[in-house]
Ligand binder design. Structure first.
Ligand SMILES: [Fe+2]
Length: 195
């Protein structure tokens, strides 16, 4: 049965702008975005149309769409095909909320403890199998490095705050999967050189 207090896609986007403009972080913004996603009508025709348009076009790995890409907030729709992996990468100085609309996605998340430019020391933050109505959260301090693997064809909504500043783009990194676990439990992962 449809939640009578559910909000439509346009209302959701406007509320995202409001929430992400507040000076809140950490658990506060996770809870605020959680409330917002909890009230989203996932059957809203506009939202379904956006996803179906993405799904209509040939896509062998993943496809993204940016309904909001502004200074304070980025909202991204993701269609991730089954058996496709988005390898380890970070989101420098950003907070992110990854919400599963449909499908199932495996997420491996790490904190970066250090890096020497060639390889990084990573500490496991969590390992999640994300299904419909479930979310993963990352902040500048924790779980900022993650990978996504489509256990099934999946439809996701990401909210990132703030916008990635141009002066921080040099901090963006991609990593190979960790190749070694140290005695202290932390992992070593090679950083993929920028092309
Ligand atoms: Fe990401």
């Amino acid at each position: 049965m449809k939640n009578s207090s559910a909000i439509g896609w346009e209302h959701f986007l406007a509320s995202c702008r409001e929430v992400t403009s507040l000076s809140i972080s950490g658990e506060s913004i996770e809870h605020a975005l959680g409330d917002l996603f909890g009230s989203l009508d996932c059957q809203d025709p506009m939202l379904l149309k956006l996803f179906s348009t993405m799904d209509d076009e040939p896509c062998v790995d993943y496809r993204t769409l940016l309904p909001i890409d502004e200074e304070g907030c980025r909202v991204m729709l993701i269609l991730l095909q089954a058996k496709i992996k988005i390898g380890l990468h970070n989101h420098p100085k950003q907070t992110g909320y990854v919400y599963c609309i449909d499908g199932r996605v495996d997420i491996q998340a790490y904190d970066e403890c250090s890096n020497n430019g060639l390889e990084a020391v990573l500490e496991k933050a969590y390992s999640l199998s994300l299904g419909p109505s479930e979310h993963a959260f990352l902040s500048p301090e924790t779980a900022n490095v993650h990978s996504l693997y489509g256990e099934e064809k999946s439809f996701l909504i990401d909210v990132f705050v703030p916008y990635l500043q141009p002066e921080d783009e040099y901090l963006c990194r991609r990593y190979q999967d960790p190749y070694c676990q140290r005695e202290d439990g932390k992992w070593l992962a090679r950083i993929i050189p920028k092309s």
